[in-house]
Design a protein around this ligand. Structure first.
Ligand SMILES: C[S@@+](CC[C@H](N)C(=O)[O-])C[C@H]1O[C@@H](n2cnc3c(N)ncnc32)[C@H](O)[C@@H]1O
Length: 337
């Protein structure tokens, strides 16, 4: 894991001048239409998200996790002729959902390159940023993407299919210690060391390739009652590591301070406690540890003001309609004027 942590740091540092930054010639698409009849993703906490952004008709907004474009469509509907919306997604599949509207620009890239792409489009400041983190229903429902243990797809889990690190590569090449760290840090699994040891022993005879044989190897660790929950934690851990999710989130939050206008809003939807803790700390204190700095009078010195101190979650009506919103947590912050 140590070796890998260094690798992660290098990736994040790339934000300064990333070698992977490619001007969006091939990656940028304007104007293709939504595929009719296919539900790509149902946006979670739609009303609350839009309220959180406090949209100004002439404002510039960025949806850094465009996905099926559900949140973006709503944002666009509230913008006037001079408003602008930039949608990022690192997954090629999302391109087909790009909105057919001259006020919309699609950028196929990781949001860790937010500043670079805004600069490329001559945009210095924005009025709002939306991040609806993690993967879409489309990812979970496509067997070959490897995000769901319901299917015997390839152990892939990459949101950006051009990235070299798949879950299979990770499982077949990480050291026992690195694997244990991934399961402990990102899956919060207490038997992470024993799981890592078993994986290393199993791959010595047959390298991991597909999901079902991997699940068979892990089954002895999980009791029947909690099997699904524990397996979900294993998959969550692998996905976070494969997509370097925690580091790119940190990078996004830091960049938001530079690109948001005074009183600009950032709205983040998280789906697990590790992300939520990071966002909560950052919104309150301006740092990831949540260390509160105060002035002489006891006022908190943070560039952001948290708009909701209590996290917003889906109500019963939404959960009935969209059970996948059950783990969604929404937080809103504003840059101090
Ligand atoms: C939960 S879905 C967003 C759904 C969207 N709000 C909607 O209404 O359809 C998350 C999307 O963000 C993308 N994504 C996740 N992390 C990303 C990152 N670091 N950079 C760019 N896109 C990312 C995923 O590929 C996925 O399509």
């Amino acid at each position: 894991m140590k070796k890998n942590k260094n690798k992660i740091k290098t990736e994040t540092n790339c934000n300064v001048n990333p070698p992977q930054f490619i001007p969006p010639i091939a990656g940028e698409v304007r104007g293709s239409s939504l595929e009719l009849g296919v539900i790509y993703h149902t946006p979670a906490l739609l009303t609350e998200t839009i309220e959180g952004l406090k949209i100004k008709p002439d404002g510039v907004y960025v949806d850094v996790t465009f996905g099926g474009g559900g949140h973006s469509s709503e944002i666009l509907s509230l913008l006037g002729p001079n408003g602008k919306l930039i949608g990022f997604d690192q997954d090629e599949d999302a391109i087909k959902n790009a909105l057919d509207d001259p006020r919309f620009i699609f950028v196929r890239s990781n949001f860790k390159y937010l500043k670079n792409f805004l600069r490329y489009h001559d945009i210095e400041k924005v009025d709002g940023i939306l991040a609806d983190l993690g993967v879409s229903s489309h990812h979970f429902d496509e067997a070959e993407r490897g995000f769901s243990f319901r299917f015997d797809g390839a152990l892939d889990m990459r949101m950006n299919t051009k990235s070299p690190l798949t879950a299979a590569v990770l499982l077949n090449t990480y050291t026992e210690e690195q694997l244990a760290d991934v399961f402990y840090l990102y899956g919060e699994l207490h038997n992470s060391r024993r799981i890592a040891k078993t994986i290393v022993a199993a791959r010595a005879t047959t390298p991991f390739k597909n999901i079902f044989p991997f699940i068979e190897v892990l089954k002895p660790f999980f009791g029947r009652e909690k099997e699904k929950k524990d397996m979900a934690r294993v998959f969550q851990a692998l996905r976070i590591e494969v997509n370097i999710e925690m580091d790119v989130l940190k990078s996004l939050l830091e960049q938001s301070l530079e690109v948001l206008n005074p009183e600009g809003r950032i709205v983040v939807l998280t789906y697990h406690s590790l992300e939520d803790r990071l966002v909560k700390n950052f919104f309150r204190s301006g740092n990831f540890e949540g260390n509160l700095e105060k002035d002489f009078f006891g006022n908190i010195l943070s560039p952001l003001k948290a708009i909701n101190n209590k996290v917003i979650i889906a109500n019963a009506e939404e959960l009935e309609r969209n059970p996948r919103a059950r783990s969604a947590k929404l937080r809103v912050a504003e840059i101090k004027g």
